[in-house]
Design a protein around this ligand. Sequence first.
Ligand SMILES: NC(=O)c1ccc[n+]([C@@H]2O[C@H](COP(=O)([O-])OP(=O)(O)OC[C@H]3O[C@@H](n4cnc5c(N)ncnc54)[C@H](O)[C@@H]3O)[C@@H](O)[C@H]2O)c1
Length: 472
Amino acid sequence: MKISIVGAGYVGLVTGGCLAELGHQVMCIDSDADKVATLNAAGLPIYEPGLQELMTRNRAEGRIHFTTDMAQAVEHGEVIFIAVGTPSKEDGSADLQHVLAVATQIGRHLKKFKVIVNKSTVPVGTAYRVQKCLQDELLKRGIQESLFEVISNPEFLKEGAAIKDFMHPDRIVIGLDDSPNYKTVHQKMELLYSSFNRHHARTIWMDVRSAELTKYAANAMLATRISFMNEIANLSDLLGADIDSIRRGIGADQRIGHDFLYAGTGYGGSCFPKDTRALIQTALDCGSQMKVVTAVENVNDHQKTLLVTRLIQHFGEDFTGLKFAVWGLAFKPNTDDMREAPSLVIIEELLKRGAQVSAFDPLAALEGQEALSDKLQDSDVLKHFNLSETAYEAAEDADALLVVTEWKTFHHPDFELLTETMRQPLILDGRNLYDPQMLQDLGIAYQGIGRRNQLALNFKAGTVRKQAEITA
Ligand SMILES: NC(=O)c1ccc[n+]([C@@H]2O[C@H](COP(=O)([O-])OP(=O)(O)OC[C@H]3O[C@@H](n4cnc5c(N)ncnc54)[C@H](O)[C@@H]3O)[C@@H](O)[C@H]2O)c1
């Protein structure tokens, strides 16, 4: 089938690459000429495991092309996906400017019937607005005929495992309303995704509004699990209980399950924060309130500052003269995506309190530095931030090491080397990677999120001191 995909970002490129891999003829279009040039020069503007190989193979076999030309893309695809960004507006609602601009551009070039599939995460009612933009453009050209059907097909892939998620979906949600085109569109979409329905039907058909809301409900549910576990972890810290035992204890209940029960420094990324905000705003627009989701967001905002709060408890409010190492910048492993990463909140707070920060990320170092410069508007404190070539270099002479992203490469560090090279062997483990007892045995002051046996208790006995006091 001939497919066009508007927006060559994380979702667009993965969708395009995977559909090409299934044999479809794919054209990806993006308004960013630099991105398209990179793609046409066999590069990739983002990192996603396995995507480069997928692109190389399908480019070579002529099944995927990249362009900035909307007329060409509209002409090409029988099915046209919209996969552009829907960031937060200031009030938290989803900014639909890119989605609606794309609808208008498509409308300008429509000559024959196309299925317009909205893959971007959008509030309920957006399909209708897309339809209106398309219709207006057709009317401007004097075309009365209905040359399109707008449907919803939200995307559930996870960055870092996006290809696997796309190729082995738990479900494919398609929202399609009753219309004269219903049968044609249903058949086309069944055919498009038939590879995924061979073993058993994974497509869940519903009306468009329900499909639009399904995506927000899914992300809000996942975010809720994370914030819930973070609250239980924080309570565990107060009570001397262990969140990891609790996680296993509740995850074994089949009604709960083991996934998404990890306590940490809060969720970030391009989806959960903006989608929970948008859902809250959608409810407010209807005169209602999402009380649970609002609490989820508040808990998360608090959780992002937890490691800094702990440092304040140990070192005081002023971090002047202290050096902190940060391991991990990306919002999660296996991605270079820095959108709403907890590391940005943590590093900003450390720098503003006068600390020197050395950070290491195996993949997102430059993206992290760029995101930090944007956030801090090139403020003076940035001169106290530097990227390190290795994790150990970052930790040299550090007064504490903060583990912020659970990259595999951080799972088994050389603790002896850390003890020798850090100014004070103190690890704040924001992802609960290490065994508290083992670190205690090694003489490393350790604090995880909701873990028992924390040598952190020893700081109170004075093992951790400010550098100024050490040198005095
Ligand atoms: N990233 C994820 O993990 C993920 C997962 C599921 C759903 N989503 C949703 O999918 C959508 C896309 O997310 P993303 O992360 O791929 O975004 P992204 O920012 O990585 O990519 C969006 C792309 O759209 C392009 N674009 C913007 N306006 C355009 C226009 N008028 N014409 C052509 N191209 C245009 C941008 O240049 C950019 O390359 C969002 O609504 C997001 O919420 C994202």
